[in-house]
Design a protein around this ligand. Structure first.
Ligand code: SF4
Length: 292
């Protein structure tokens, strides 16, 4: 296999003095990857070929299956949005990878179906969201942001129609308002949705299906601006690191490892000097409690 190369993707310089550099095209998860661990960012977005990833994770399969079922729920005509539609919806796009065995997979499927039945009982089948798995995009002077929100609701606010960002969660732990407040991804979706739909979008919600709870936060113009500034700072750090590598800097020093609790869940653990000695989780560890 040819050696892995760090191929820094440097924004093109336009050829005229004073002209701005090309915008940094990104999603919230790209920015989040760098903030979590610059080395993982490099493995994911720069090194080609990318280092081999570990086995698929069952919790990712579960999350994808539930998200797709909810997307397809809204794809049904309103009169067919009934709990009886859920087994077919879930089964038809169920992702099977990562489970320990068929027994665990079946138990997890049943748990996911229970979550969905409880969750859709809280929804008005006649509601038509502004967007379902909808990509929203916006530009700042530095960023060309885009990202896909699980759902964007249109709701009546005190001063007229508003947009609300809804993010489904299927992880083990419950979530609270601090999680909603601190989520850069939700804030960036809100910033973009406000521009796409031309209406205020300040409320962000995490819908945790296993517990049926909603963690919400109301942003202000200032708090969204703060999150945008943070995202721009991350983007500038990434561009500076990519330029440094392109100019000959050591890619390992420029994209350092950030060892921590994430390593045992990292797809690139076996290719990373900081992760190779860390005991990895089994692909099904995060769903084990569901089938116990
Ligand atoms: S194993 Fe840890 S340090 Fe290495 S890339 Fe993954 S998260 Fe970063």
């Amino acid at each position: 296999m040819p050696p892995t190369k760090s191929r820094a993707v440097v924004p093109e310089q336009l050829g005229f003095a004073g002209m701005p550099e090309k915008l940094f095209v990104c999603t919230p998860s790209k920015l989040g990857a760098y903030a979590d661990c610059p080395r993982r960012y490099r493995f994911t977005y720069i090194d080609r070929p990318s280092p081999p990833k570990g086995a698929p994770w069952a919790h990712n399969s579960l999350g994808a299956s539930v998200h797709t079922a909810l997307k397809n729920w809204y794809g049904l005509p309103a009169e067919r949005r009934a709990p009886g539609a859920l087994p077919t919806l879930l089964k038809s796009t169920w992702v099977r990878e990562g489970y320990r065995d068929v027994e665990q997979e079946r138990a997890t499927y049943q748990r996911a179906l229970d979550w969905l039945e409880s969750y859709v009982a809280t929804l008005d089948p006649a509601d038509e969201p502004l967007g379902v798995e909808r990509t929203v995009a916006a530009k700042t002077s530095i960023l060309a942001l885009n990202g896909r929100a699980d759902r964007i609701d249109g709701r009546a606010g005190p001063d007229g129609p508003e947009a609300v960002i809804v993010d489904y969660k299927t992880g083990r732990s419950g979530l609270d308002a601090d999680d909603a407040r601190g989520s850069q991804a939700l804030a960036l979706y809100a910033y973009a949705a406000e521009r796409v739909f031309r209406r205020p979008c300040r409320r962000v919600e995490l819908h945790h299906l296993p517990t049926g709870t909603v963690a919400a936060h109301e942003h202000t113009e200032e708090s969204l601006a703060r999150q945008i500034r943070r995202a721009e700072e991350t983007a500038m750090d990434i561009v500076a690191a990519e330029k440094a590598v392109a100019a000959g800097a050591d890619p390992d020093a420029t994209f350092p490892t950030n060892p921590g609790s994430l390593c045992s869940w990292c797809d690139f653990r076996k290719s990373c000097p900081a992760g190779v000695g860390v005991a990895g989780k089994e692909p099904w560890t995060a769903v084990e409690h569901l089938s116990a």
